[in-house]
Design a protein around this ligand. Structure first.
Ligand code: MLT
Length: 258
């Protein structure tokens, strides 16, 4: 499905019945990364999955895409769908957007799942790497970013099938969108000061082998969040929902039924 909001076409799926859950994907992927979670949860929940601006079938206008802008897109989508409150699941970049959503539209959030993400802003080194990756994708296209990123997105023993699926998802994106999101992530706020204000039930998930947002980051967030549970997913790297879908889904199910 698609809708028009905030001056762009936004693609999304909307499946199932029950309390709403919106799932925000990682960089540089698309909503399709949540397919196993949608299949597991749609029997009891209404699951909304956008392709965030710049990704999948959504428009990719010029950037940078500030996390606040992407959060405003999410809030506008919820409003269009008549959803006044939703649980929000964000993995990595999706988590950065969830923090912005909390700052700007917290009345829409009933619960939060922060998976393989971090509250801190980029360091100056991290910002410089984002800019060089943005130039790389502008000059060489999505396959160059896929080749550079995939080894860091998943644990070394992840299957070739998963590597191929990730490459397909990344190659299908546009260079403009990837570069714009990189530049937007580099400009994101430090969300650490907000953690103490997040009073909704929050589940923090991390793959034990996540090298991009390691378990120590998740533990620090869990300690700073007043109402949180921490779940580590064994034998998973950064994309823990794709690497260990059964364990990830079980964590979501037990959190949402608690
Ligand atoms: C992601 O998975 O969304 C990215 O690794 C986030 C980032 O580059 O900070």
């Amino acid at each position: 499905m698609e809708t028009h909001l905030n001056g762009i076409k936004l693609a999304y799926s909307d499946e199932g019945n029950g309390p709403a859950i919106i799932m925000l994907h990682a960089f540089p992927l698309a909503g399709a990364m949540w397919r196993e979670q949608v299949a597991a949860l749609r029997e009891h929940y209404r699951i909304v999955v956008p392709d965030l601006r710049g990704f999948g079938d959504s428009d990719a206008p010029p950037g940078p895409y500030l996390m606040d802008q992407m959060a405003d897109d999410v809030a506008a989508l919820l409003k269009k769908l008549g959803i006044s409150q939703s649980a929000v699941v964000g993995l990595s970049m999706g988590g950065y957007i969830a923090f912005s959503l909390w700052r700007r539209h917290r009345q829409t959030i009933s619960a939060l799942v922060l998976a393989d993400t971090r509250a801190a802003a980029d360091t100056p080194d991290g910002q410089a790497t984002r800019e060089s990756n943005a130039r790389l994708v502008e000059h060489e296209g999505p396959p160059a970013i896929a080749a550079k990123m995939i080894p860091n997105l998943i644990a070394p023993r992840a299957s070739q099938a998963l590597r191929d699926e990730l490459a397909r998802l990344i190659h299908a994106n546009r260079s403009t969108g990837i570069a714009a999101a990189l530049r937007g992530m580099a400009l994101r706020h430090d969300s650490q000061p907000d953690l103490a204000s997040i009073t909704v039930p929050t589940l923090v998930i991390v793959g034990t082998e996540d090298s991009l947002t390691p378990p120590a980051e998740a533990e620090a967030m869990h300690h700073a969040l007043p109402n949180s549970t921490l779940m580590q997913i064994k034998d998973a790297g950064h994309l823990s929902n794709l690497e260990q879908p059964a364990a990830f889904n079980a964590a979501l199910q037990s959190f949402f039924t608690a």
